[in-house]
Design a protein around this ligand. Structure first.
Ligand SMILES: NC(=O)c1ccc[n+]([C@@H]2O[C@H](COP(=O)([O-])OP(=O)(O)OC[C@H]3O[C@@H](n4cnc5c(N)ncnc54)[C@H](OP(=O)(O)O)[C@@H]3O)[C@@H](O)[C@H]2O)c1
Ligand SMILES: *[C@@H]1O[C@H](CO)[C@@H](O)[C@H](O)[C@H]1NC(C)=O
Length: 281
């Protein structure tokens, strides 16, 4: 079950997420690199749009023509809507066999459910987010038991390289997927709320909105970079910004008084609990 140079990759459901991952793979050219790429959609118009977007590097198909791409695939990236997964897999069932590697981008589908519906035991369940579209996505990957065997070390490594193209990929056990759905999947919405609040504070104090918005976004980008590149603890970096008796510590005390820290952590907890309850339905 190794992924060899020139393998065939089929994106089953090349919508927003599927295309984001596909674009990332084409842009970063991870090794092994696919020799043939299919992208499958539900409609002729989407297939035509994808063919125009990607040109000769892919073969776009729809409907009944999705059977052949699935049959030829060594690796399938599953990018359909979660509620359509069963029907879409059923429509290509004849082409599936236990040798395929499935990389699922679907929220809420467990590895066991994916194994049952696809008939293959080699599953990588991925939770990623919309910044993937800009090469700055975060992805959490969980592997099925069968893929965790040491004889599949290089296969897992290849899958991590494929997923890492969206920005950054890290592995966690599946029990952490609901938390990842919240932190990684919903995280951008939480950060956007903070960003808007920062910008509006600037507006309140007289900065034009467009400038305030760009400043807020860049402050968050720069801060994130500082944490990732220095490897330092956020609290240590934060204390360096606080001049004794200065502006920053004054602002931070207001945030602490309002319980911002707990609110944000609880938001992650709540979204993870909702992800878990949706999964049980
Ligand atoms: N968007 C996000 O922010 C986000 C974040 C994290 C995870 N996800 C996960 O990503 C997955 C995809 O979401 P999305 O927003 O990318 O959805 P989407 O844009 O609606 O994409 C769904 C794709 O499936 C295709 N499709 C429909 N019927 C098909 C069929 N019979 N055979 C093959 N393909 C078919 C659609 O083609 P047509 O265009 O022809 O209908 C479309 O290309 C979801 O499972 C979601 O949980 C999304
Ligand atoms: C998967 O299939 C097995 C064997 O048929 C069954 O015992 C199990 O309950 C199924 N799991 C899910 C999540 O559907």
């Amino acid at each position: 079950m190794s992924i060899n140079e020139g393998y065939t990759l089929t994106v089953l459901g090349a919508g927003v997420m599927g295309s984001a991952v596909l674009s990332a793979i084409l842009a970063s050219k991870p090794s092994p690199f696919p020799g043939k790429i299919y992208c499958c959609t539900g409609s002729e118009s989407s297939a035509q749009r994808l063919q125009t977007t990607y040109g000769e590097s892919v073969i776009a198909t729809f409907g009944k023509d999705n059977v052949k791409p699935v049959e030829e695939a060594d690796v399938i990236i599953l990018g359909c809507k979660p509620y359509m997964c069963q029907a879409i897999i059923d429509s290509v069932k004849s082409a599936l066999n236990s040798d395929k590697i499935v990389i699922s981008l679907l929220a809420g589908w467990t590895i066991e459910q994916l194994q049952n519906v696809s008939g293959t035991s080699y599953i990588a369940r991925v939770m990623t987010n919309t910044p993937a579209k800009y090469g700055c996505g975060t992805a959490i990957v969980s592997f099925s038991n069968d893929l965790q065997d040491s004889k599949f070390d290089s296969t897992r490594d290849s899958i991590m390289k494929i997923v890492d193209t969206v920005g950054m990929a890290m592995e966690l056990p599946e029990k952490n997927m609901d938390a990842a759905t919240s932190l990684v999947g919903s995280g951008p919405a939480f950060v956007l709320l903070m960003m808007q609040a920062l910008a509006e504070g600037g507006v309140r104090m007289g900065i034009p909105y467009e400038t305030a918005k760009k400043c807020a976004a860049k402050v968050m980008e720069g801060t994130a970079k500082m944490v990732l590149e220095s490897g330092q603890h956020p609290e240590a970096l934060k204390s360096m910004v606080c001049t004794p008796g200065g502006t920053t510590i004054g602002g931070l005390m207001v945030l602490e008084d309002k319980g911002i820290r707990g609110s944000i952590s609880r938001a992650v907890e709540e979204a993870a609990n909702i992800a878990s309850s949706l999964g049980k339905k």
